[in-house]
Ligand binder design. Sequence first.
Ligand code: ATP
Length: 238
Amino acid sequence: MAEELLSVSSINTHYGQSHVLFDVSLSVDRGGIVALVGRNGAGKTTTLRSIMCLTPVSSGTITMNGEEIQGLQPHAVRKRGISWVPEGRRVFGDLTVEENLRLAAHTGEGDKRAGFEEIYDRFPRLDERRTQKAGTMSGGEQQMLAIARGLLGPETDLLLLDEPSEGLAPQIVEDVKDIIRDLNDDGVTILLVEQNAEMALDLADLAYVLETGEVVHDAPASELLSDRSAMETYLGVK
Ligand code: ATP
């Protein structure tokens, strides 16, 4: 039977007076890929920020590996095995691949446990480009670097990926899908936020649809992908 790795239960999240998430619940099984899809402003990023404890929840519980994590500091959440790759890649274009990784390791828990060689083993393309400036790499390679940076430090059990396909040409999106599949094959569980619903649903086992801060639908990803009426109703995909 599937083992639950992450459980988000009835969370409410505010930015100041603004109530953004309304009783959001979702579950991610160990070894799976779960997609969280929805239109612009639906609350997808806020859900990831809430899980990472970057934006505190006002109520509800978040459980990782059976232990409640809401209210922890983000670095403590990281130590529990959750990594976050934010939207927009945010690599430093003037720095080399190696410098980008070193910077990430230094701002984290020190580089002893950073596992640079593991990262280069996992991503040979980055190994070949250690001395190349990140800004001169393709969007797909920059996304690979952003993901690699997220994996530095403590072991990652669950990777939160925010819009990894953003701004990438369709062929490059296919490359990013391969990176995500490979990571998942290596045992990393993935919670994938995407506006590109078709991309996310093609990868995922299970999907949740967010609409104005509420989960309005959940279904096996392949079922949602083939349900044209639901795709149009929930996601505006014709
Ligand atoms: P997008 O794909 O555009 O990033 P999203 O589904 O990830 O959309 P969120 O970024 O989580 O949505 O935003 C949810 C709502 O919260 C939106 O109405 C947004 O305007 C609001 N919001 C996001 N960040 C803040 C903030 N720092 N302060 C106030 N409101 C915010």
